[in-house]
Design a protein around this ligand. Structure first.
Ligand code: HEM
Length: 555
């Protein structure tokens, strides 16, 4: 064979190989975008599970967006109704009526099975939990929430959860009561000072952010509160930028473009990291000095706030200190600690702000329950003292009100899992292939009349009189903090903050909704009042205008 002929054969062979590769890739793409979704649709249909039809590339996202846009265009009607599900999860409400409680939707070519039956929920979160993983968030959300507990998996998640859990034990959190109480009392004093003609109107959705930020900053940084606060302020600004981006920008890759806002976000992100690394360095050095001087016991104390400058923090185990101690055991690098701090700010601030906002809105809408709760608070805590940890424990009516708030307006309206393996649920009824996502619409379970009775859409805290597990026809019908091993780690902190804040406001004010308020719950990551939550506060005259005495002492 001549050189020229040999060359032609090589070109032909290369062209044939390239064609094979191209064909193979094209076949894979066609399978992923068309044949696999069709096979899965048929697979679920054979089990009686149906849903809106899959459309090439987009799945049923277009219909979902249209249903949500239509629902959020109008406020709730009637304006006092708590039947918010059709507005908040419009697509769920619409398709559930057509396809029943378990149905299949498509996020692009990704199948998402919607499951609202508490027995299936039990299997997903408890009895077969090892077959499911938490879902990977949108990259914009991921960047914000940090690579901490919320998004970790496997051994690393287990280690972090073990290290951080002691910060949320009730006896530890009780030490925060005086701090949080004082910050709420300061807020109440400001509102009292702002009141003209005997009352003041404030948007509680805005103001409660400061209360939630104070608590999460204390819980994370303890005695390094002041430096931590500077870092978390920046994190707050970053979150504001990102939630704007999340709202407006659906262009893939937009977050990488050097726009003015993006450059500001990147700069803030760098500053936050630097600030946290510096702070961790200072705390680690202090702990190391303590070891050199006095041995290990003192090191633990150095990390756990026995600073003389802040005796009220005495013995408090903050998240940073717990992580630094773990790092000494070589288990948590600085980068991981930075990510956890970001995660806790993200997971802890807005969720609690939302709970506080909806609880205040509901009490303003239901003056009968506001009166009952106030009577309880005055009977247990008196009119002028900051509630103590012992007081909080005795505020049963307020506890019921917070539960009913979390039922009707759960800050996290849904959660998602992904099947890691093929799995069979419902005693053999439901075969779920690997990589199927499961959408658990927490809010829909909370509003289901078959579980909660015909008054499911009514605000009736009395249904929680015998405890959360007995409030509905199924013990797992109430899951505002999730379920199982990945249940919210901050639940005790959120409830403590909410009880304390609402108790202090009830002591000091009567409140009602502003005529400007438009009842329009909507979802943007969490459940928000779409047009804010303006509430009118009228200081209770029996109180003196001087700041209340602080009867509580840190324990
Ligand atoms: C009313 C307030 C809150 C609500 C309704 C809430 C809700 C939830 C829910 C539903 C989950 C589970 C998500 C899932 O299973 O996919 C969760 C997890 C989590 N929450 Fe909360 N949360 C609240 C407050 C807080 C606070 C105050 C903190 C931190 C101080 C926090 C930190 C976390 C973390 C780190 C996780 C992930 C836990 C893990 O995967 O191990 N949350 N939360």
């Amino acid at each position: 064979m001549g050189g020229e002929e040999q060359w032609s054969w090589m070109v032909l062979a290369l062209a044939a190989t390239a064609s094979c590769v191209l064909l193979h890739v094209a076949a894979r793409v066609a399978d992923a975008l068309w044949w696999r979704p069709r096979r899965l649709e048929a697979h679920f249909a054979r089990q009686g599970v149906r849903g809106p039809p899959y459309r090439l590339l987009v799945g049923c996202v277009r219909e979902m967006v249209a249903l949500m846009a239509e629902a959020t265009a109008k406020p709730m009607s009637p304006a006092t109704s708590h039947n918010a599900l059709p507005r908040v999860l419009a697509f769920y409400h619409y398709w559930r009526k057509i396809y029943g409680p378990t149905f299949l939707i498509w996020f692009g070519p990704t199948p998402r099975l919607t499951v609202a039956d508490p027995e299936l929920v039990r299997e997903i979160f408890l009895t077969q939990a090892e077959a499911f993983d938490r879902y990977e968030a949108h990259p914009v959300v991921r960047q914000l929430e940090g690579d901490g507990l919320v998004s970790l998996h496997g051994d690393k998640w287990a280690l972090h959860r073990r290290v951080l859990a002691p910060a949320f034990f009730p006896d530890n959190l009780n030490r925060l009561v005086p701090h949080v109480g004082r910050s709420v009392a300061a807020l109440a004093d400001r509102w009292r000072a702002m009141a003209c003609a005997g009352e003041v109107e404030v948007d509680v959705a805005e103001w409660f952010q400061a209360v939630a930020e104070e608590a999460i900053t204390r819980a994370t940084f303890g005695r390094s509160y002041e430096s931590g606060r500077v870092v978390f302020r920046m994190q707050g600004r970053l979150m504001a930028f990102a939630s704007e981006a999340f709202r407006k920008v659906l262009v893939p890759g937009y977050r990488f473009l050097p726009t003015k806002k993006n450059r500001m976000s990147w700069g803030l992100d760098r500053e936050i990291r630097r600030g946290l690394v510096r702070l961790i360095g200072r705390r680690s050095d202090a702990a190391a000095d303590a070891v050199e001087n006095d041995g290990t016991a003192v090191k633990d104390k150095a990390n756990n706030n026995t600073n003389n400058n802040d005796n009220n923090n005495k013995g408090f185990r903050d998240l940073l200190g717990l992580m630094i101690n773990a790092r000494d055991n070589k288990s948590m690098p600085v980068g991981d600690m930075v990510e956890e701090c970001k995660t806790f700010f993200f997971a802890g601030k807005q969720t609690t702000t939302n709970l506080l906002t909806w609880a205040t809105v509901l009490l303003a809408m239901h003056p009968d329950w506001q009166d009952r709760a106030r009577q309880e608070v005055l009977a247990v805590c008196g009119p002028g003292e900051l509630p103590s940890k012992e007081h909080l424990h005795r505020l049963k009516t307020l506890g019921m009100i917070l539960n009913e708030t979390l039922r009707l307006y759960p800050p996290a309206v849904a959660t998602i899992r992904r099947a890691k393996v093929d799995v069979i649920l419902g005693g053999g009824q439901l075969a779920i292939p690997r990589d199927t996502e499961l959408l658990i619409p927490i809010m829909a379970i909370h509003h289901d009349a078959r579980l909660w009775g015909p008054d499911a859409a009514r605000f009736n805290p009395a249904r929680f009189a015998a405890g959360a597990a007995r409030a509905a026809a199924h013990p797992l019908a109430f899951i505002p903090f999730g379920l199982g091993s990945r249940m919210c780690i901050g639940q005790n902190l959120a409830l403590l903050e909410a009880k304390l804040t609402v108790a202090i406001l009830l002591q000091r004010f009567e409140f009602k909704m502003s005529p400007k308020y438009v009842h329009a719950p909507t979802v943007l990551m969490l459940l928000y009042p779409q047009y804010g939550a303006p509430v009118i506060f009228r200081p209770i005259d029996s109180l003196s205008s001087s700041p209340p005495s602080d009867s509580t002492q840190a324990s």
